[in-house]
Design a binder for this molecule. Structure first.
Ligand code: MIG
Length: 668
């Protein structure tokens, strides 16, 4: 049962698709009070055993207890455990324990979640504004509550099947020849590759929907050339539109009044990669439609995938911010002998980016009404991605287009997936990637993944191998790294056989992964689940955060520490331990419920097959187009017994999901 409680008159976020009537009953579970500052605070006592799941893209564990989070979409490339905000606002919590229920705070402005941070046994939720909706979801268990929530927010975006192939990215492959070289290297070593990403430097002066003729002469021809090699090119689209006379997007947006404004009605200006830009007013339906149509030029060039970046929106600077800083510098007493003053000075320049003051100075125009950006901040990336997603429904009604975004809000999951932004080449971020996946799935984000190998700082061979060994399970399996970091492609670390072995295994798993992915999208389920969701009565399972269930048949227990030769794994029931090397089974045995140390070398991938379940594998291939899905190897939990797996298949590209088939794969 899902109940909606209304406070004030909230901005329609369209996170929930049906018009749920507001409930007049007393609010269950939570106490409501007014804080001294006038903000409403909802609170409840948690028993020591309660686990709090949720918040989607956020730091720390699967159990969110012990920290304070703030939903305020932020471009912050340091995802350390002290952070309160990342790029998304996913305000869904699920308390599991003495009382089990879900909470969704549908508020487009900042919301604070104090989850046992101030007091370990208190949950306190404080929206920064007084207009919002609060949903309370009751159900029989965690899975049921998530299913109901997901039903309310609508079906998750469905990616094309080719987007389950291995993808390579870097900031940046500057020229067509750079891209060719990446493709040739992968093909030469027979490491599967499906897509190469174009980061900001493919554009002409960072102008959206342009392609540099100098670096990519005859772009449509190049897209075709790549297509011949079964490679998809995926260009980035940034939120800011360069201010430049003669640039059509700028000229049109300005003329039509489709850019965000300042209080005085002039167009708001912020500096991002192109220099000074305007932000399209994605919250305005007409502007959204207008911008979405712009993707058409790239679709016409043969492009069938996009990633939307910088849509928190990120701002490097504004003229107002610079003016303030200059004024500060001019009045600064450089002769002073006060170290605190000098700390303040060094903070000033860094403080130019993403200033609260700038978010407060920006305005949206919706149905002729002006709304301060700060009140609706968390919707910006959502509405940018919706703009593209809705345009694709018109421009490409039959064929699925790959689309994912950096910033998001619940509701955006209907239009695209997400990647988790600028992580680092740290072992702790591999673990963070593992822990984030089920939280994202709870909020409807199923097509997602992290930058494998880590975005910032330099990756090492062992870290990349271990990260890929987890990445083979994530729908978006993309290696991406930042400007200035060492090469991170799978052929950049000497012998490539180990990389090939792991990525080959990914391709062998694709039929299963795609099948489980589609079931999760179509039936409002989670592809990645914490163990506690399936084994709610097992206290150890409920506290295990470094192992995940992937679909119905598999449990993964990735190695995420340097120099490890294996790891301890907790089995909540008897399971079959299968170890792969070079994408082949090298060890397979049933292990009893309990804790085991399993060995897994750098070039090996362990996985576990659940009791009475079956894992189908197809032969390895270098591209999804070449997958042979008619000769499966069936790995059952118990090979002496009959086991069935129902494999969902469809053509992987059209949008008519009713034309799917269910193959009954039976081991006997
Ligand atoms: O300010 O386009 O998260 O994936 O490579 C950095 C350059 C802008 C941030 C994205 C990252 C991308 C980078 N972008």
């Amino acid at each position: 049962m899902l109940r909606k409680f209304l406070y004030g008159s909230p901005f329609p976020t369209e996170a929930v698709i049906n018009d749920v009537p507001a409930c007049r009953e007393a609010l269950p579970y939570l106490a409501k009070a007014l804080q001294k500052d006038g903000k409403i605070v909802f609170s409840c006592t948690m028993s020591s055993d309660d686990i709090v799941y949720g918040l989607g893209e956020a730091v720390r564990g699967i159990n969110k207890r012990g920290h304070i989070y703030e939903s305020f979409n932020s471009d912050d490339p340091y995802h350390t455990e002290d952070k309160r905000s990342l790029y998304g606002a996913h305000n869904f919590l699920l308390l599991s324990g003495k009382q089990t229920f879900g909470i969704f705070v549908d508020c487009p402005a900042a919301v604070t979640f104090d989850i046992g941070y101030t007091d370990y046994d208190m949950l306190r939720i404080t929206p920064s504004v007084s207009d919002f909706a609060l949903y309370i979801i009751d159900g029989s268990d965690c899975k049921d509550i998530v299913r109901q929530f997901r039903h309310a927010i609508g079906q998750s975006y469905i990616a094309p099947k080719w987007a389950f192939g291995f993808q390579q990215s870097r900031w940046s492959y500057y020229t067509a020849d750079d891209v060719r070289q990446v493709v040739n290297s992968y093909r030469k070593h027979h490491i599967p590759l499906e897509a190469v990403y174009l980061d900001i430097d493919y554009m002409e002066a960072y102008k959206d929907f342009t392609v540099s003729h100098e670096r990519f002469p005859d772009f449509p021809q190049f897209v075709e050339e790549m297509k011949q090699q079964q490679i998809h090119l995926v260009p980035i689209i940034d939120a800011g539109v360069k201010i430049e006379d003669g640039y059509d997007i700028y000229e049109e947006g300005k003329q039509l009044g489709y850019f965000c404004k300042k209080k005085d009605g002039t167009d708001f200006v912020a500096g991002v990669w192109p220099g000074r830009t305007h932000f399209p007013d994605f919250l305005n339906p007409q502007a959204r439609r207008w911008f979405g149509k712009k993707y058409e030029v790239l679709l016409q060039d043969g492009i069938d995938g996009f990633w939307n970046d910088m849509n928190e929106p990120a701002m490097f600077y504004t003229d107002e911010g610079i003016a303030e800083t200059v004024e500060y510098l001019q009045s600064f007493d450089f002769a002073c002998n006060d170290s605190n003053k000098f700390f303040e000075l060094s903070g000033k320049a860094g403080g130019l980016a993403n200033r609260q003051k700038d978010y407060e100075a920006m305005y949206h125009t919706i149905n002729g009404q002006s709304i301060c950006h700060k009140e609706v901040h968390n919707l910006f990336g959502y509405q940018m991605t919706r703009s593209a997603g809705e345009a694709f429904d018109e421009l490409s009604p039959d064929k699925r287009i790959l689309l994912f975004s950096r910033s998001s809000y619940i509701g955006m999951h209907r239009y695209g997936g997400i990647w988790t932004g600028d992580n680092q080449s740290w072992w702790s971020h591999l673990l963070l990637n593992i822990k984030m996946m089920p939280s994202l799935n709870m909020c409807g984000f199923i097509y997602c993944g992290a930058d494998l190998g880590g975005f910032g700082t330099n990756c090492t061979r062992d870290l990349l191998l271990r990260w890929l060994a987890f990445g083979i399970f994530t729908p978006l399996m993309r290696n991406h790294s930042a400007f200035g970091t060492r090469s991170q492609e799978c052929y950049s670390f000497g012998d490539t056989a180990d990389f090939k072995g792991i990525i080959d295994l990914r391709y062998r798993l694709i039929p299963y992964l795609y099948s489980e992915y589609m079931k999760a999208c179509l039936n409002d389920e989670m592809l990645f689940r914490p163990l506690g969701f399936d084994y709610p009565d097992d206290d150890i399972a409920r506290r295990t955060e470094d192992q995940l269930l992937v679909g119905e048949s598999v449990m993964t227990a990735p190695v995420y520490e340097p120099n490890a030769v294996g790891r301890f794994v907790y089995l909540p029931e008897d399971m079959r331990f299968v170890l792969f090397r070079n994408a082949e089974v090298v060890h397979s045995e049933i292990l009893p419920k309990g804790t085991h140390y399993i060995h897994a070398a750098l070039n090996e991938v362990p996985l576990f097959i659940r009791m009475n379940h079956l894992l189908p594998l197809c032969p390895a291939a270098e591209s999804t187009a070449d997958l042979q899905e008619d000769c499966f190897t069936l790995l059952p939990f118990d090979d002496t017994k009959q086991t069935v797996y129902e494999l969902y298949t469809d053509d992987g590209i059209t949008k008519d999901y009713s034309r799917h088939r269910i193959l009954r794969l039976c081991h006997e």
